[in-house]
Design a protein. Structure first.
Length: 271
């Protein structure tokens, strides 16, 4: 009886239903554009769940890792992955994600550095969100102008590895890195077409978010119950996104991505 009562309260309380609905929105945005991890989750968690920045980053990393298992399956099945560029980027990102995550958790637990760590994380999240908005906007206008991606020179291996190191540092410290960071890097620097860039960003973000989530959870900076409710909601959003994905043009995907990032930036500023 106690277990059934706990499960009922977990799933059907007003707060839980809200988190499930937010998870559905998150899954839809993630599957459709690759955007979702930090750029949507952190504003949602801080605004609706009233979480402090570091806890929001840790919980967002856990949700991202859990949800992207489902989203990655759909993109892998649709062959929306650039394997070579993805592997090189992950090679550069992994060690930095591990290092930065541990540093943030350590500083947040320190009584002297805790407050400044929270403020720094908040500032970095906002900075990355605005930078990503500008990056996707530039790529959208480039696409509208008729820039032929096939004419671009083949990126060097070092470009992918260094990009990965940058992504690992940012994702480890802010939880932001999937669509708003990885997606522009795949399209702008690594010359991957938008649909494969979306799929590749989701798969890489799954791996890196898992690493970050483990580090934050180990330091007590994750809310598992909230993560589980968001995961349940996402199961409705991701399959719907996969249906729309096959029917949308590249221009439409860019526009939807811009709108999602813009709304999230506004919500974060309001928070």
């Amino acid at each position: 009886m106690e277990l059934s009562g706990f499960l009922f309260e977990l799933l059907f309380s007003e707060a839980s239903i809200l988190k499930i609905l937010l998870g559905t929105v998150f899954g839809l945005c993630l599957g459709l554009t690759g955007v979702g991890g930090g750029v949507l989750l952190i504003p949602m968690l801080q605004f609706f769940c009233e979480m402090p920045p570091v806890l929001a980053v840790g919980t967002a990393s856990m949700i991202s890792a859990m949800v992207k298992v489902n989203a990655s399956f759909f993109h892998l099945k649709a062959n929306n992955v650039s394997w070579r560029q993805m592997a090189l980027l992950f090679l550069g990102a992994l060690p930095l994600t591990l290092l930065v995550t541990q540093c943030i958790v350590f500083l947040n637990e320190h009584p002297v550095h805790s407050e400044i760590t929270q403020s720094l994380v908040s500032f970095l999240v906002l900075l990355v969100m605005f930078g990503s908005l500008v990056s996707v906007l530039i790529k959208y206008f480039s696409h509208r102008a008729g820039t032929n991606q096939a004419e671009c020179s083949k990126p060097k291996k070092s470009t992918a590895v260094l990009s990965g190191m940058f992504c690992g540092t940012v994702l480890g410290s802010t939880g932001v890195g999937g669509g708003v960071l990885l997606l522009p890097i795949f399209t702008n620097l690594l010359n991957v077409d938008i649909k494969k860039a979306v799929g590749s960003s989701v798969v890489v973000a799954l791996l890196l978010s898992s690493v970050a989530a483990f580090g934050y959870a180990k330091g007590g900076q994750s809310d598992f119950d909230t993560a589980l409710l968001f995961l349940i909601g996402s199961f409705a959003g991701v399959p719907i996104a996969s249906i729309f994905m096959s029917r949308l043009s590249e221009s439409s995907i860019y526009l939807i991505t811009l709108v999602i990032i813009g709304i999230s930036c506004g919500l974060y500023l309001f928070t």
